[in-house]
Design a protein around this ligand. Structure first.
Ligand SMILES: Cc1cc2nc3c(=O)[nH]c(=O)nc-3n(C[C@H](O)[C@H](O)[C@H](O)COP(=O)(O)OP(=O)(O)OC[C@H]3O[C@@H](n4cnc5c(N)ncnc54)[C@H](O)[C@@H]3O)c2cc1C
Length: 137
């Protein structure tokens, strides 16, 4: 949480992208803080504040977050692909405080165990990953 009255001072770690829920940045900050509670960690991020925005808290309004003139989403257009009949895939990311985790639809689905086993990589099969999936959900 930003304290605007706090006197500026040096910190040990700066993480770009994560305050309020920018997912990966928060995980990194949390892990670092747990590993060394004496660390001062500053998490900075980009975008408008979405606190109390009805579109963020009311699932019926979620689709409005993806309107072409959205101030909370950014639309990245990838290169055209033959596998998409020459079309360009659009990748949407959050462009607000909290990033994608602020505007996502909060759906969680665990993949099929055979999909992970097909990777055929030590430590990444379904049995190895299950405790981590349970921890994350
Ligand atoms: C519309 C939408 C719906 C989704 N629905 C689901 C769902 O139902 N279930 C699901 O599991 N996943 C869903 N996702 C995907 C999920 O939200 C993302 O995979 C996840 O949030 C990515 O986390 P991240 O930390 O990589 O990025 P983000 O959460 O996007 O975090 C990036 C951070 O970087 C910050 N940032 C950006 N630019 C700058 C800059 N220049 N300087 C400093 N900081 C910056 C942002 O403010 C943000 O805090 C959805 C995503 C979107 C966009």
């Amino acid at each position: 949480m930003v304290d605007h009255n706090e006197v500026p001072h040096e910190v040990d770690v700066i993480i770009a992208g994560g305050n309020k829920g920018g997912t990966a940045g928060c995980v990194v900050a949390g892990r670092l803080a747990k590993a060394d509670p004496s660390l001062e960690i500053l998490v900075v991020e980009y975008g408008i504040d979405t606190k109390n925005d009805p579109k963020i808290v009311n699932p019926a309004l979620f689709p409005a977050l993806l309107a072409p003139d959205s101030k909370t989403a950014r639309f990245h257009e990838a290169k055209p692909s033959e596998n998409l009949a020459g079309r360009s895939p659009a990748v949407v990311t959050g462009a607000c405080l909290g990033g994608g985790s602020s505007i996502n639809f909060m759906m969680y689905t665990r993949g099929q165990s055979t999909d992970f086993d097909d990777w055929d990589t030590e430590g990444w099969n379904a049995k190895d990953l299950l405790p981590l999936f349970k921890k994350a959900s």
